[in-house]
Ligand binder design. Structure first.
Ligand code: CAA
Length: 260
C-alpha cells in the first residue's frame, strides 16, 4: 500500500514503519494520522506480522510534535467537534493488540513524545530528546502527555517538563523509567528490529496477553489486576502453544508455535 507521509515495510514477521517528513522534523499532521491508522490496521490484520517498530526518518527527529502550522488557524470549535487527537489513542493503542516498539532517533516533542509513549515500550538513541513544550505555544499536551508521562516518570518530573518545556535526554529518560533502553544512534533501528524479532518469535497469543496484563496495571487496583492476571494465565494454559512450550522445554528443543 502507498502512503504519503510514512513508509512501511515488512522484515520477516516485523513491520517497520517510518515517519517520513524529515523536512518538517516528522511533525504529525492529519495525513500522518491517516497513514499511521492504515499502516497499523494492515499490521494488526496480517497474521504473518507479529511485532512492529515505529521510527522517524532523518537524523534529527522522531517527531517534533503535532503540526503547528496545521493547528495555527484552526478554531476551538473545530478542535472540539472533531474531538481532535482522539483517534491516535483509539487506533494506535486501543485497536492494536499486537506489540509495537517506538525507536526514538532524535527529538520526541509534544505529540512526538506522546506518540512514542503510545508504544508498548521505547528504545531510544543516545541523541533522543523528550519533552512536552506545548505550554510555550499557549496550550498543553493533547495526545496523552500529561497522563502517560506522569505515570511513566512520576509527578515531579512530568510537572516540571510540562510547566517549563524542558527536554529530557536519553540517559535521564532511561533513569526515570520513560524508556526501556538507550542504544548507540547508528544501531538504533537494528537494535529495535532485533528486539521486535525476539517478540515476534514468541507464541503470539501469549504476546498479546502479556501486553494486556501489563497495560491493565495502569487501569486496575492491585487486587483487580492480580485477579485479571491469574485468570488470563489460567486461560493461556488451555492453548496448544502452552502444551508445546512446556514440552519443548522438557525435551530441550525450540518450541514450534501454532498461534492457538
Ligand atoms: N510543526 C510544524 N512544523 C515543525 C514542527 C512542528 N511541531 N517542528 C518543527 N517544524 C518545522 C519547522 O517549522 C522548520 O520548517 P521550515 O524549514 O519550513 O521553517 C523545520 O521543521 C525545521 O525545524 P527548525 O528550523 O525549527 O529546526 P531546529 O533544529 O532549529 O529546532 C526544534 C528543532 C527545537 C525541535 C524546533 O523545531 C521546535 O521547537 N519545534 C516545535 C516543537 C513543539 O513545540 N512541539 C509541540 C507541538 S504542539 C503539540 O504537539 C500538541 C500536542 O499535545 C499533541
Amino acid at each position: 500500500m502507498g502512503y504519503e507521509t510514512i513508509t512501511a515495510e515488512q522484515r520477516g514477521a516485523v513491520t517497520l514503519i517510518t515517519l517520513n517528513r524529515p523536512q518538517a522534523l516528522n511533525a504529525l499532521n492529519s495525513q500522518v494520522l491517516e497513514d499511521l491508522i492504515a499502516a497499523f490496521a494492515a499490521f494488526e490484520s496480517d497474521d504473518g506480522q507479529r511485532c512492529a517498530v515505529l521510527t522517524g526518518a532523518g537524523d534529527k527527529a522522531f517527531a517534533a510534535g503535532a503540526d503547528i502550522k496545521e493547528m495555527a488557524d484552526k478554531a476551538a470549535a473545530d478542535f472540539f467537534l472533531e474531538d481532535f487527537f482522539a483517534r491516535w489513542t483509539s487506533h494506535l493503542v486501543k485497536a492494536t493488540r499486537k506489540p509495537w516498539i517506538a525507536a526514538v532517533n532524535g527529538f520526541a516533542l509534544g505529540g512526538g513524545c506522546e506518540l512514542a509513549m503510545m508504544a508498548d515500550f521505547i528504545i531510544a538513541s543516545e541523541k533522543a530528546k523528550f519533552g512536552q513544550p506545548e505550554i510555550k505555544l499557549g496550550v498543553a499536551p493533547g495526545m496523552g502527555g500529561s497522563q502517560r508521562l506522569t505515570r511513566a516518570v512520576g509527578k515531579a518530573k512530568a510537572m516540571e517538563m510540562c510547566l517549563t518545556g524542558r527536554m529530557m535526554d536519553a540517559e535521564e529518560a532511561e533513569r526515570s523509567g520513560l524508556i526501556a533502553r538507550v542504544v548507540p544512534h547508528d544501531s538504533l533501528v537494528d537494535e529495535a528490529l532485533k528486539t521486535a524479532a525476539t517478540i515476534a518469535a514468541m507464541p503470539p497469543m501469549a504476546a498479546i496477553v502479556n501486553k494486556e496484563m501489563v497495560n491493565a496495571a495502569y487501569e486496575m487496583t492491585l487486587d483487580q489486576g492480580l485477579l485479571h492476571e491469574r485468570r488470563l494465565f489460567q486461560i493461556l494454559t488451555a492453548t496448544e502453544d502452552k502444551a508445546e512450550g512446556m514440552a519443548a522445554f522438557i525435551e530441550k528443543r525450540e518450541g514450534q508455535w501454532k498461534g492457538r
